[in-house]
Design a protein around this ligand. Structure first.
Ligand SMILES: [Cu+2]
Length: 138
């Protein structure tokens, strides 16, 4: 096969365009909510568009929710008042509310590198253990 110079240069330009974007692919994180925990298939993602696919997999009929907070605070030490994390005192990136039993909802966010905590903020649920740390890398 004989590729002329201009064609080769064109190919290289195309590869150069695609390569930096590939590190910012739309990542899918699978999230399972149980009655007292948040389970993730991975606790890290690359910066860019991150989609959380959140399923209420609890045994009980309890409604849960899923909130993404950006904070350097330890996942177990967020400010709590009246059985709920004070969302106004941390940076909230997004949430899905009212997840009934076996229902699934998606939340797509553009996330910068940093430390995040994922919680369910129904009253009392954070204290029961519904929190996980999550890291977004460059
Ligand atoms: Cu909950």
């Amino acid at each position: 096969m004989n590729i002329d110079r201009s064609h080769a240069a064109c190919l290289l330009a195309a590869i150069a365009l695609v390569a930096p974007l590939s590190g910012h692919a739309n990542e899918m994180i699978h999230v399972k909510l149980t009655d007292n925990s948040i389970q993730l298939d991975t606790n890290a993602a690359k910066a860019g568009h991150v989609t959380f696919e959140v399923t209420n997999a609890a045994d009980s009929n309890t409604v849960h929710e899923f909130v993404v907070l950006r904070t350097d605070t330890d996942e177990a030490r967020l400010p709590v008042q009246n059985d709920q994390v004070e969302e106004s005192r941390v940076r909230k990136m997004g949430e899905v509310e009212d997840l009934g039993k076996h229902s699934t909802k998606r939340l797509s966010l553009k996330l910068a590198p940093g430390r995040y905590v994922l919680i369910c903020n129904r009253p009392g649920h954070y204290a029961m253990g519904m929190h996980r740390s999550f890291v977004v890398a460059r």
